[in-house]
Design a protein. Structure first.
Length: 231
């Protein structure tokens, strides 16, 4: 089983480029559940796409323990936890040792530097407080789902924040073979997106971070909608 893509999914445009690449057969979709040995190979930069009908997968499982999700634009963000907390309840008291081990906002600030851009931080790790026992150096999971012609397509991506800060992971928008793809109108019905892709900024505000507005309005049918909470 191979990853659909290796890199960082920063914007909704990146997701659309990956979906388009899969639609054209340029990128592979996952056709079955990951086996245990394959789950252990999940790394920072892993990106997987699967079609519910094609794969038979209704719920993605990766063997890791995650925080509750937080909505970030068109995405859901999860942070890896040290261990499962009964009932997914917040910790009412955390020992000093646990605080030191948690991937807290203060630690995130240390990664991003003293003059942390809080908006950038939130885009990397979500808005969860340190009242959850985050795994030190744990992964972030970023997901998005769309429904195209009645079939749900899912994208699941993983990364370490430090890899993004260090520019170790490329985005689909920075890959010429993907960035040059014309997105199918079936994927561009903007009224179904919580945040229209054309106004979703990237960290560097580069031109590639935006969808050309002329791509919209080609299809008035409600073929595409964002589906939240599938994980």
């Amino acid at each position: 089983m191979t990853e659909t893509f290796y890199g960082y999914i920063e914007t909704t445009q990146d997701v659309l480029l990956i979906f388009e690449g899969c639609r054209r057969g340029l990128l592979p979709r996952i056709c079955r559940r990951l086996q245990e040995k394959e789950r252990r190979m999940i790394r920072s930069g892993s990106v997987f796409v699967f079609d519910e009908r094609e794969s038979g997968i209704k719920r993605w499982t990766d063997g890791l323990v995650w925080s509750p999700s937080r909505i970030l634009g068109n995405f859901l963000i999860y942070r890896e936890l040290d261990k499962r907390i009964p009932g997914d309840k917040k910790l009412t008291s955390i020992t000093n040792e646990s605080r030191q081990r948690s991937f807290s906002a203060d630690q995130t600030a240390g990664i991003l530097g003293v003059s942390t851009d809080r908006n950038r931080e939130r885009r990397l790790v979500g808005s969860l407080s340190d009242s959850y026992r985050f795994r030190k150096d744990g992964l972030i999971k970023k997901t998005m789902s769309i429904i195209v012609n009645g079939v749900t397509q899912h994208l699941v991506s993983y990364y370490h924040p430090q890899d993004i800060i260090s520019n170790k992971l490329r985005t689909p928008s920075s890959v010429p073979e993907l960035a040059s793809l014309e997105i199918s109108p079936d994927l561009l019905v903007k009224q179904n997106f919580r945040v229209p892709p054309m106004v979703e900024p990237s960290f560097d505000h580069s031109e590639n971070a935006f969808i050309n507005s002329s791509s919209y309005g080609k299809d008035d049918n409600n073929k595409v909608s964002i589906a939240y909470g599938f994980l």
